[in-house]
Design a protein around this ligand. Structure first.
Ligand code: NDP
Length: 402
């Protein structure tokens, strides 16, 4: 019976709060804090209405370590689940060290003024967390998160050596808007407009954003989609922790309308992250754009269709080449019925809850800063089947990827 503090009351925070509230024997006392407390209060009301459970709420500026430390001391949780934005990762880790509590997030640190994300900043906290006897679990969402676990699980149970990895993230959902993003628009647009990097023969190769494309047909009739190669943060940790990988790539599906809008917004400078002067005021174009776009947490009722996210791994078993595909399919409307949210937030929030549960139950608890694949995948995969994200494995699938 341990207390938990969730920071961030956006699309993902809402799912984490619901999923933790569904397990009162593990998460007996929940506090949800964010910059805008009214968002926490509205989630708290949903949880009261759905499960007759009262959660506490608070306002906090997670850029401010002193303010965070005061809140953490006041709540006195076992750990913090950080589902604010990647910009807050280091301040929240600092506050956890200051107050002696464990830490979990779903996205790696990114400085506000540079569109660049890498694990170095958080890996540099390894000694501090080890010395303090505290654990920091990095990237416990779906991708990163479940995709790291899929890779580790396949490597553990199906191969002697894994050599080729393709992570395929398909969102076959339609929200009916000409252009909207399924998670924080600023983070999403920074991610997809960044130069692509993929791992090949011992190094990362850089190519222009979305310059490589192919088609992928999902299992179980989800559909056939155009997928584009992107850089994604789990490639950095997976290639480090599985040095036998000769190639690792990440693919995401995009519809025509999304790409058309993104191209125009890019061309006119609306995705820029440097401030421009307008009528004596400094405005960051991408932040202004975020203010105009639909809030991802409002997409739940109008999104129909399914997500299909998985990993295709090729390698050697008993000296023979083989291929294994592991994936989860999730229906947007099923998620909305369960937790008032669409599947992109759901597929991120459930692994965050599972990671926290495994830490709280001390199945995964060890001092230091860890990526998911450094931990035993079996209890996590078992929990995916129990808490809403069942997975399937196809050995020797019929498709072949470039
Ligand atoms: P949202 O923008 O919907 O929510 C972010 C929340 O964080 C908002 O409630 C916001 O408050 C709050 N916040 C922002 N800045 C601060 C601050 N300084 N102090 C306190 N609270 C703050 O984002 P999502 O819920 O879509 O995403 C949450 C996280 O999940 C992001 O880091 C994202 O990158 C990650 N993610 C990970 C995925 C994965 O699979 N691993 C997939 C999707 C998302 P306010 O409302 O006041 O702005």
């Amino acid at each position: 019976m341990k207390k938990i503090l969730i920071i961030g009351a956006g699309g993902v925070g809402q799912v984490v709060a619901h999923k933790c509230a569904q397990l009162p024997t593990v998460f007996s006392d929940i506090t949800l804090a964010s910059r805008t407390e009214s968002k926490c209060l509205s989630i708290a009301k949903q949880i009261k209405d759905n499960y007759d459970i009262t959660i506490n709420t608070a306002a906090v500026d997670a850029d401010n370590v002193t303010e965070l430390a005061m809140l953490i001391r006041d709540v006195n949780p076992f750990m913090v689940i950080n589902v604010a934005l990647p910009y807050q990762d280091l301040t929240i880790m600092d506050a956890c060290l200051k107050t002696g509590v464990h830490y979990l997030d779903t996205a790696n640190y990114e400085p506000l003024d540079t569109a660049k994300f890498e694990y170095k900043w958080q890996w540099d906290y390894q000694k501090k967390f080890q010395d303090a006897g505290l654990m920091a679990l990095l990237g416990s969402g779906f991708d990163p998160g479940a995709t790291n676990m899929f890779t580790a699980y396949i490597a553990k149970h199906y191969f002697d050596e894994i050599q080729y990895l393709d992570i395929i993230d398909i969102n076959g959902g339609d929200h009916g808007y000409p252009f909207a993003t399924n998670f924080n628009p600023e983070i999403n647009i920074r991610e997809v407009t960044a130069p692509c990097r993929h791992w090949e023969n011992g190094e990362f190769i850089t190519t222009s954003a979305m310059s490589k494309q192919q088609q992928f047909t999902c299992p179980e009739g989800v559909g056939t989609f155009d997928i584009y190669r992107l850089y994604h943060e789990e490639l950095e940790s997976l290639t480090k922790h599985f040095p036998s990988l000769k190639r690792a790539q990440f693919w995401m599906s995009f519809g025509e309308s999304y790409l058309k809008h993104l191209e125009v917004l890019n061309n006119v400078g609306m995705t820029g992250i440097d401030a421009v002067e307008y009528n004596g005021q400094k405005i960051v174009p991408i932040q202004f754009l975020k203010a105009l776009l639909p809030d991802p947490s409002t997409l739940g009722p109008r999104t129909h269709g399914k997500t299909c996210i998985g990993c295709v791994v090729k390698g050697l078993k008993d000296g023979k080449e083989k291929t294994v595909y592991v994936y989860n399919i999730k229906d947007h409307q099923d998620c909305y019925k369960e937790v008032n949210s669409q599947a992109v937030s759901y597929t991120t929030g459930v692994p965050a809850m599972i990671g926290a549960k495994l830490m709280m139950e001390e199945q995964w608890l060890k001092p230091g800063v860890w990526n998911m694949e450094q931990l035993d995948p079996d209890p996590f995969m078992d929990a995916m089947n129990h808490y809403g994200l069942p997975f399937k494995v196809i050995e020797q699938p019929e498709f072949d990827l470039e």
